[in-house]
Design a protein around this ligand. Structure first.
Ligand code: SF4
Length: 433
C-alpha cells in the first residue's frame, strides 16, 4: 500500500488545508503514517522567520534520512520562497497555495488520476482525524495590509466559501463525531463580503443546523469563532451569541497586536486602543462573562519603554483570559521589514517575559470571576475545554465519556500560590440541543 506522511506547520487554516489533501489522497488508496513514507507532504507556514526555518530544517533532515523519499512542499512558504525550497534535496514538488487549494491540481502534479466527478470536491472535508474539535475553514485570504504581515501576499484577497456548502460540512463533521466546530480562516470577520452577506448570517445558519445520528436523533454540538478582529464583532453577531450561549462558545479571540496607539499606527492596524477597549466593554455588557484572548507582538520597530508600558496597561484593562505573546519577526517583502528602531533582542526578551507574567495574573483574575458561571464543557478525559476556552476538571460519572458535551456550573478554586483552577459541577438539569 502507498504510504504518505503529512507534516503541518502554522495556523488552523493550514491544518484544514492538510485535511483536504489527506482526504484526497486517502480516496486514492494512500494510507497515512507518522514514520518513514515514500511521500511526505509538508504544509508550511511563513508567518515568522522561525516557522520557515523549522520547515527547511525538517525537509533537509527527511532527505538525509531517506534519500528515496519524495517530498511535496505546499502552503505559505511554498508561495514566499519557492526557489529556496526547490533547491533542497528530495523536494520533488513545490506547490503554492493555489495548487493545494485545488486538490485535483495537487493530485495531477503527484501523477494521481483525477476522477472528473471529483473536480468539484474541494468543497470540504468529512472529518478531522484524531480530534474532538474540527476546524472549518470558512474563507481564505485577507484584504488588509498590516505592516508586519506577509499573509495577504501568499494567500491573496478574501474569498468566502458558500453558506450552503458550510452548513452541509458542519452537519457532516458533527455526524462524524466532532462536538465542537471551530470556524477558522485568515480574516473570518470578512466572510460574506464577496457574497453580499455578513458573518452573522453564516453563524446563524450554522447554529441552526440540525445534524442527526444514524437513528435520526438530533446531535448536540458547539461552534467557536477562532479569531476575529474586535472591530468586526457586530451587534448582530453579539445578539446571536447572546441568543445561543450554549451553541456558540462565549469566547472571542481578538488580535490586539499592540496596546499603544503609535505602534498600532506604525503596524497599519485600523483601530486605536480606545476603540479596542470600547469593543471589549460592549461585548461584556451583552454577554455573561465572555472570555477574550488575544495575540500581542512585542518588539515592533518604534516600541519604546513608554509604548510597552501602555501595552501593559491596555492588556490589564482588556482583562484577557489568555494571551499569545510573539516577538516581532521581520519578514522580507513586508513594509515593516524596512522600519528602523526595533528594540534590542534582550529588551524584547524582557518585554515578552513581563507581558507573559502579566497575562498569567490577568488570566487568574478572569478564572476567579467565573465562579458560578454556567458553561458547556467538551470532555477530554477528566479535564475538558469550556466554551470560554478554560480547562475545567469535571468528575467523570458512569454516564460520561470523552467527547461528551456537558453543562456545568463553574467553581473557581485558588491555591496558595495564587493559581486559580476551575471545577465543573454537573448542572441539575441538562439543557438539550
Ligand atoms: S488582518 Fe492584518 S495580520 Fe491579519 S491576516 Fe490580514 S494583514 Fe495579516
Amino acid at each position: 500500500m502507498k504510504e504518505v506522511r503529512f507534516v503541518t506547520y502554522g495556523c488552523k487554516a493550514n491544518q484544514y488545508d492538510t485535511q483536504v489533501l489527506r482526504e484526497a489522497l486517502a480516496r486514492r488508496g494512500w494510507s497515512e503514517t507518522d514514520k518513514d513514507a515514500e511521500l511526505v507532504v509538508v504544509n508550511t507556514c511563513t508567518v515568522t522567520a522561525e516557522a520557515g526555518r523549522k520547515a527547511r530544517q525538517l525537509i533537509r533532515r527527511l532527505g538525509r534520512e531517506n534519500p528515496d523519499v519524495r517530498i511535496a512542499v505546499t502552503g505559505c512558504l511554498a508561495e514566499s520562497e519557492p526557489e529556496v525550497l526547490r533547491e533542497l534535496p528530495a523536494v520533488d514538488w513545490v506547490l503554492g497555495n493555489g495548487e493545494a487549494k485545488r486538490p485535483t491540481n495537487f493530485l495531477r502534479h503527484l501523477g494521481e488520476e483525477v476522477d472528473p466527478e471529483e473536480v468539484g470536491i474541494p468543497a470540504g472535508i468529512t472529518e478531522f482525524a484524531g480530534h474532538t474539535r474540527a476546524f472549518l475553514k470558512i474563507q481564505d485570504g485577507c484584504d488588509m495590509a498590516c505592516a508586519f504581515c506577509i499573509i495577504p501576499k501568499v494567500r491573496g484577497k478574501s474569498r468566502s466559501r458558500p453558506l450552503a456548502e458550510l452548513v452541509a460540512e458542519v452537519q457532516r463533521l458533527v455526524e462524524a463525531g466532532h462536538v465542537e466546530v471551530v470556524l477558522c480562516g485568515i480574516h473570518i470577520g470578512h466572510w460574506g463580503r464577496d457574497l453580499g452577506l455578513e458573518l452573522a448570517d453564516l453563524v446563524r445558519a450554522l447554529a441552526e443546523a440540525e445534524p442527526r445520528d444514524a437513528e435520526g436523533a438530533p446531535l448536540d454540538f458547539r461552534l467557536r469563532l477562532s479569531s476575529i478582529e474586535a472591530t468586526e464583532v457586530t451587534p448582530s453577531l453579539l445578539a446571536l451569541m447572546r441568543e445561543h450561549p450554549r451553541r456558540i462558545a462565549q469566547h472571542l479571540h481578538m488580535p490586539l497586536q499592540s496596546g499603544d496607539d503609535g505602534v498600532l499606527k506604525a503596524m497599519n492596524r485600523w483601530y486605536d486602543t480606545e476603540t479596542y477597549l470600547r469593543a471589549c466593554e460592549e461585548i461584556r455588557a451583552a454577554l455573561d462573562r465572555p472570555a477574550f484572548t488575544a495575540d500581542v507582538i512585542v518588539g515592533f520597530p518604534g516600541e519604546d519603554d513608554a509604548a510597552f508600558e501602555r501595552t501593559l496597561e491596555t492588556v490589564r484593562a482588556a482583562g484577557f483570559a489568555r494571551m499569545h505573546v510573539f516577538p516581532f519577526s521581520a519578514r522580507p517583502s513586508t513594509p515593516a521589514y524596512e522600519l528602523k528602531g526595533a528594540p534590542k533582542p534582550e529588551v524584547v526578551r524582557e518585554r515578552r517575559a513581563a507581558l507573559s507574567e502579566a497575562a498569567a495574573l490577568i488570566g487568574a483574575d478572569f478564572r476567579r470571576s467565573l465562579d458560578g458561571a454556567e458553561e458547556t464543557v467538551v470532555l477530554e478525559g477528566t479535564v475538558g475545554l469550556s466554551g470560554r476556552y478554560q480547562r475545567v476538571v469535571v468528575p467523570m460519572g458512569e454516564d460520561l465519556f470523552p467527547g461528551d458535551l456537558v453543562n456545568v456550573t463553574l467553581k473557581a478554586e485558588a491555591s496558595d500560590d495564587g493559581e486559580v483552577s476551575l471545577r465543573g459541577e454537573r448542572a441539575a438539569t441538562e439543557v438539550n440541543v
